[in-house]
Write a protein that binds this ligand. Structure first.
Ligand code: G3P
Length: 494
């Protein structure tokens, strides 16, 4: 049944050549160019993907524009119904999608399962919430100097064509979190999946097609960011860009996108701050889970820990003990593996290894880990780290946590606020008042008290400041971000 359902998306050979979706049909690019997708688990070839041409992008942009108005005119309840059906299909094919995701991006079973089921729930929740997104009316006489007689009908309408660009670490969930609100609000969507993650992304698009998204409204263009990204984001027919990925790519897109509205979730180097009164066993568990799940390849992963030397001395033996219990690096398909599988590619692993070595050459000390084998990086703990070292100053998407001693909590605040990133931070203390007061001093998107950074639950607002993002996501916020206000003023002088 899955083979039949997903038949169009490839030639079904071993390994398959995947097609792209031009909004109407699944086709091979006229470029004749393809890219191989390798599994990070063992470098085996999972398939090849099309590198589309600029003419093919022009064509999907044109159809997106042509078919958008009929889609927006469709009654909302019908779009809602299509999304609920898509959520059902995602659940229905979970057993097929989970191993696919594991092979393509190296997630362990529970994480891959979590991503698929969360995507189905998110799609349902978006569809339900879209029912309550409404415009409003206003009258003029509230403002000094105005009489009654002006009535603003403030409608909420689609932007038009949304360009959605998703990252490799959640190629199903972070694709749906862009596509679903955009479609529900009446936009058409031109979706570019991450190169590594394209195969999972194509399956998701097929589900939306089968659920009833009409021809021309959703397309999926494939190819490397370097090959098609610039053309896509600077396209005159793109009305808004939604992107998750690195801060450097985000900054480049912002420049190339011109005046287009942007919704970005970019890099993070999320700190955890430990007060002396923290519940140490909870803190240790949260740091390890927060730093090492999906091998540290989450924008919300804990990257560094700040505490006074006395607290760090107390914490470190517990951290090492917790790693021995809660972390086991290995093949993500093995039930033995806990938290740390491979990183996304051997090249990424080499980069992480190089940054660890650079930190060590600058004075950092390895407490545990630090070695690489192919795409696998051992869960690594570094001490004596300085905030200027690349291991903390840049976003390192791997299983590495750095520990930095501070003299005071004020120094911790300064360090966090001076970082170019500002996604999330965690504060551990038994005194919630202290936690809240501390949180208020931090210039980051979200502060977690006694918990590790994370995006969910998905209806909470999710945002980054500084180089970590633009705009707000989260169910209601994403629906609002994918639509604009259209005030129409009735002038009816008495
Ligand atoms: O873009 C957010 C992603 O990298 C992390 O999401 O749900 O693991 O906190 P989550």
């Amino acid at each position: 049944m899955p083979d039949e359902f997903f038949a169009d998306i490839s030639d079904q050979k071993t390994p398959p050549t995947y097609r792209f979706f031009n909004g109407k049909e699944w086709v091979v690019s006229t470029s004749g160019k393809t890219t191989e997708v390798h599994s990070p688990i063992d470098q085996s070839v999972l398939g090849t993907i099309q590198v589309v041409t600029t003419a093919e992008i022009d064509a999907v942009m044109e159809s997106a524009k042509t078919f958008q108005s009929a889609w927006e005119a469709m009654p909302l309840y019908q779009r809602v119904k299509i999304m609920h059906l898509a959520a059902d299909w995602i659940r229905h094919f979970a057993d097929y999608l989970i191993p696919l995701l594991m092979r393509e991006i190296g997630k362990i079973t529970d994480e891959a399962k979590g991503e698929i089921m969360r995507t189905a729930d998110l799609t349902d929740y978006f569809a339900d919430e879209a029912q309550s997104i409404r415009g409003e009316t206003m009258e003029s006489d509230n403002f000094p100097g105005f009489e009654k007689g002006k009535i603003a009908l403030i409608e909420r309408v689609a932007y038009g064509t949304v360009v959605a660009i998703a990252p490799f670490n959640y190629p199903v969930n972070l694709s749906a979190s862009k596509i679903v609100p955009a479609l529900l609000m009446g936009n058409s969507v031109v979706f570019k999946p991450p190169t590594q993650g394209t195969i999972s992304g194509l399956h998701l698009v097929k589900i939306f097609q089968k659920a009833g998204v009409p021809a021309g409204v959703l397309s999926c263009v494939t190819g490397g960011g370097g090959e098609i990204g610039d053309y896509l984001v600077s396209h005159p027919k793109a009305d808004i860009i939604t992107f998750t990925g690195s801060s450097d790519t985000g900054a480049a897109i912002a420049q190339k996108g011109g005046m287009k509205p942007l919704v970005f979730e970019c890099g993070g180097n999320n700190p955890a701050v430990i007060f002396p009164d923290a519940d140490m066993s909870l803190t240790v568990r949260e740091i390890i889970k927060g730093g090492f799940s999906y091998a540290g390849q989450r924008c919300t992963a804990i990257k560094y820990v700040l505490a006074t030397q006395g607290v760090l001395d107390q914490l470190m033996p517990e951290i090492v003990k917790e790693i021995a219990q809660a972390v086991h690096m290995g093949d993500p398909r093995s039930p033995e593996t806990k938290l740390v599988g491979p990183v996304i590619s051997e090249q990424a692993a080499e980069h992480i290894e190089q940054i660890i070595n650079e930190a060590v050459s600058e004075g950092a000390a390895i407490v545990t880990g630090g070695k690489r084998n192919a795409a696998y990086i051992e869960p690594t703990i570094l001490t004596n780290v300085k905030p200027t070292m690349k291991i903390v100053a840049t976003e390192v998407f791997g299983p590495v946590i750095s520990f930095i001693a501070v003299k005071s909590m004020d120094e911790a605040v300064t360090m966090i606020n001076e970082s170019r990133f500002g996604l999330q931070a965690s504060v551990f203390t038994k005194d919630e008042g202290t936690g809240i007061a501390f949180a208020r001093q931090l210039n980051v998107g979200t502060v977690q008290i006694n918990g590790s950074p994370q995006r969910g639950p998905d209806h909470f607002p999710f945002l980054g400041v500084k180089h970590s993002g633009i705009g707000v996501q989260g169910v209601r916020y994403s629906l609002e971000a994918m639509s604009r206000l259209r005030p129409i003023i009735l002038n009816k002088p008495a």
